[in-house]
Ligand binder design. Structure first.
Ligand code: ATP
Length: 189
C-alpha cells in the first residue's frame, strides 16, 4: 500500500511555504508521496487574473522536481468544468493506495459546504494543517481528522506576484528554477 497525500492549490506560483508544508506533512504523516494537484480556475477566484494552467503546471513541476517523494498531477487541469475534490479523489483512488487530503484549517472550516463532502471523508483521511494563530482554534476537530500544527511561514503567492510586478526580488521565496521560469516567461509583470 502506498500512502499518498493530495495537496491542492492554485500554485500561481508555487513557493517555499508550499514546499515546507508538504515536506513536514509527508514526514509527520509518514506519506510515501505528496501529490501536488494544481486546480483549474477556482470559481471564487474567477475574475482575478490567474496564470494559464500550463504555466502553473510547469512551475509546480519545476518546484517539486528535486524531491523524489513529490509528484504533480494535471488531473484537474485536463478535466472540463468545475474541479470537485470528490471527482479528483475518485479518479486517483486505487486498491494499492491510501489517500489523504491535505487541507488548510481555514478551508476545513467550510468543509461541510463542499460538493459530496461526506463521500470525500470516506475516500480519504483528512489532514488539517493549522498554521500560526490558527493552531489555537483548531483544537477540537472530529476524531477521524488528523490535525497537524505547522509554524507560520509567511510567504504567499499573492506576495510573490506583487513583488515581481514591482520589480522586487523573489529569490529565496520560490525555488530557483521557478524564479527563472517567471523571469523567462515574463509572468506577473
Ligand atoms: P494566494 O496568495 O494566491 O491566495 P497561496 O500562497 O495561499 O496563494 P495556494 O496555491 O492558494 O497558495 O495554496 C495552496 C495550499 O497551500 C493552501 O491549502 C494553502 O493554505 C497552503 N499554503 C499557502 N501558503 C502557505 C504557507 N506559507 N505555508 C503553508 N501552507 C501554505
Amino acid at each position: 500500500m502506498k500512502r499518498i497525500g493530495i495537496f491542492g492549490g492554485t500554485f500561481d506560483p508555487p513557493h517555499l511555504g508550499h514546499l515546507i508544508a508538504a515536506e513536514k506533512v509527508r514526514e509527520a504523516c509518514v506519506l510515501d508521496e505528496v501529490l501536488f494537484v494544481p486546480a483549474a480556475l477556482p470559481p471564487h477566484k474567477a475574475g482575478q487574473s490567474i496564470s494559464e494552467s500550463y504555466h502553473r503546471l510547469a512551475m509546480t513541476e519545476l518546484a517539486t522536481q528535486d524531491n523524489a517523494s513529490f509528484d504533480v498531477s494535471d488531473i484537474e487541469l485536463v478535466r472540463s468544468g468545475p474541479s470537485y475534490t470528490f471527482d479528483t479523489l475518485l479518479a486517483l483512488r486505487s486498491p494499492m493506495k491510501v489517500l489523504s487530503l491535505i487541507i488548510g484549517y481555514d478551508n476545513f472550516a467550510t468543509f461541510d459546504t463542499w460538493h459530496r463532502y461526506k463521500e470525500i471523508a470516506q475516500l480519504a483521511t483528512l489532514i488539517v494543517v493549522a498554521r500560526g494563530p490558527d493552531r489555537d482554534d483548531a483544537a477540537d476537530l472530529p476524531e477521524n481528522v488528523k490535525l497537524l500544527e505547522l509554524p507560520l511561514i509567511d510567504i504567499s503567492s499573492t506576495e510573490i506576484r506583487a513583488r515581481v510586478r514591482e520589480g522586487k526580488s523573489v529569490r529565496y521565496l520560490v525555488p530557483e528554477p521557478v524564479r527563472e521560469y517567471i523571469e523567462r516567461e515574463g509572468l506577473y509583470r
